[in-house]
Design a protein around this ligand. Structure first.
Ligand SMILES: *Cc1c(COP(=O)(O)O)cnc(C)c1O
Length: 436
């Protein structure tokens, strides 16, 4: 049977996960490891064949067998992201909690950057996941592992989307969810939390305040922590599936650039790892450059990247419409360092957008491409205009922007636009000016 383990990204110490056979007999909830017991570093999942070393992944890979194809790795009994179960940390299918996440559309954006001569920009519409954000991927894996552990309550610190996903998947699994979010969380997200029946706790503070409280509460009450930073090593694994999907959707072609909105950065790191795995298995021979995007009003990672400095958490951040990526990193600055390490390793870049730029790209993406995203998601497309200044950028490069969440999460935002709607009484009045 395949055995999973955890390694520390800093001291590389290996920690074996409890084996699943003995787990089945245990009655109590198994506590998960959230950081390296040796040095406090970030943990990552690894996989090992324990009885028959070199079977499964190795044997099927390009290394030994000459004519391996990627679809050999896909589990055809399963749908969506779970087709890639061979790369995910859940062994027994009966523990999978799914609402059909993954396999999101990849759409070419032909109009938005016509002025720049960019023709190979694709948006991956992650908002077509079941709760309308990509957070359904990490949450589906996280809840499945929690189920495997016998958990009955899961908790999450969130600016909204992760909380919404946890609430939905907990409902599906019959677990209780504790969602801790800043008081000013976007309206659409709150509506979803209420609908899914989460136990909602507002904090009169920012995301980092929620993060600290949930971490403490999990230690105190034994909840499984599904916070979407690097705390839960299992959830991050799911973000690799974006890379496998892109590999299939682009017919094996590796994009030159993948642009990802980042709070702490697990999505970016996960996609990067997915591509590294594809390369290690011999399916691709080059890697994409990873580009992180932050809102200027809360950008500890982008600032450290630009200034070649250590990541400094931000205690006094201003409001941003890109709430989904507003992470101050207070107390877990090292997570930001880890994300920067991945970006640099890939030869990538990090981009900041002002509130004005965020609003502009959000709006443009709506009326030029028909893609209604929450501003944090649109930032992945907005950043492309600035990416052009990178010396490694060519305008015929293939770029993929991950549009991470749906616009209905912020139902009030379109009210900032001029509303020319009129009440009419007859067909004659239904006239518009000629032109675009
Ligand atoms: C969570 C989130 C991201 C990325 O977050 P990371 O946790 O840093 O990977 C991007 N966009 C939206 C809308 C999000 O909710």
């Amino acid at each position: 049977m395949r055995k999973r383990y955890l390694t520390c990204v800093d001291c590389h110490e290996k920690h074996f996960d409890v084996d699943l056979a003995s787990l089945a007999k245990a009655s109590a909830v198994r506590p998960l490891l959230y950081e390296c017991p040796c040095c406090g570093g970030i943990l990552q999942v690894g996989y090992e064949e324990d009885e028959n070393p070199g079977t499964d992944l190795d044997k099927k890979s390009g290394k030994g067998a000459v004519s391996a194809v990627f679809s050999d790795f896909c589990d055809t009994d399963l749908t969506g992201m779970w087709r890639y179960k061979a790369f995910l940390p859940v062994e027994d299918k009966k523990n999978i909690v799914t609402l059909g996440e993954g396999m999101t559309a990849l759409v070419r954006a032909e109009r938005i950057y016509r002025d720049l001569g960019i023709e190979n920009l694709y948006v991956k519409n992650e908002f077509s996941n079941p709760t309308a954000s990509f957070k359904d991927r990490p949450t589906s894996v996280g809840i499945s592992v929690a189920k495997e552990c016998g958990a009955d309550t899961v908790a999450v610190a969130s600016t909204g989307n992760a909380g919404v996903a946890v609430a939905a998947y907990a409902a599906k699994a019959g677990m209780k969810s504790i969602v801790c979010a800043p008081k000013n969380t976007a309206k659409g997200k709150i509506a979803q939390l209420l609908a899914y029946g989460a136990n909602i706790f507002y904090v009169d503070g920012n995301y980092s305040d929620c993060f600290g409280m949930v971490k403490e509460a999990c230690a105190e009450y034994g909840y499984v922590n599904l916070t979407s930073t690097y705390v839960n090593p299992y959830t991050v694994e799911a973000d690799k599936t974006v890379a496998y999907e892109l590999y299939e959707q682009l017919g094996g072609r590796v994009p030159e650039w993948i642009v990802v909105p980042i709070g702490t950065g697990p999505l970016l790191s996960g996609v990067w790892r997915g591509y590294q795995e594809l390369k290690a298995l011999g399916f691709i021979d080059k890697l994409p450059r990873m580009v992180g995007v932050q809102a200027a009003n809360c950008s500890p990672i982008a600032k450290a990247f630009y200034n070649h400095q250590e990541v400094r958490s931000e205690t006094e951040t201003e409001y941003t419409i890109a709430g989904g990526i507003a992470d101050q990193l207070v107390g877990y600055e090292k997570d930001g360092e880890f994300t920067i390490r991945q970006i640099r390793e890939s030869g990538g870049d990090c981009i900041m957008l002002t509130e004005e730029e965020l609003f502009k790209c959000w709006h443009e993406l709506c009326f030029k491409e028909g893609v209604f995203s929450e501003p944090a998601g649109a930032a992945a497309v907005g950043a492309v205009r600035k990416l052009c200044a990178n010396p490694a950028f060519h305008k015929d490069d293939v770029i993929v922007s991950l549009v991470t969440a749906h616009g209905l999460k912020y139902p009030d935002l379109p009210n900032r636009l001029e509303n020319k709607a009129v009440v009419v009484t007859g067909a004659k009045e239904l006239r518009v000016e000629a032109g675009e």
